[in-house]
Write a protein that binds this ligand. Sequence first.
Ligand SMILES: [Cu+2]
Length: 117
Amino acid sequence: MFCILSIATIAGISTATARAESSNNQAAMNVNIKLFTFKPKALEVPVGTTVVWTNGDAVDHTVTNGTPDKPGAAFDSGLFNLGKTFSFTFAQPGEYNYYCKKHDFMRGTVKVSPAKN
Ligand SMILES: [Cu+2]
């Protein structure tokens, strides 16, 4: 019985910590680019979050807002190579598609939720 209660307590604490971090507008989230894939492919963050993409491939990639047939204007990293990063701070809520200009099968999304009152 004691063990079960202890686990419940620990789980409660870690949930509270995760909530505190996600309501912090200074938080950063990371996306790794590996084997021509954005990981995670779909990201959900609160408004004000900075997302940092790191290229883990020995090939240049871009992080470009929109889709290949309908590019967006919010951000475009230009080509960046192995070990380099691109970061963008999402100041407006919404759903942002993005892709790589060089490999247009590489797609990802960032869903930015409004600030909580
Ligand atoms: Cu690419």
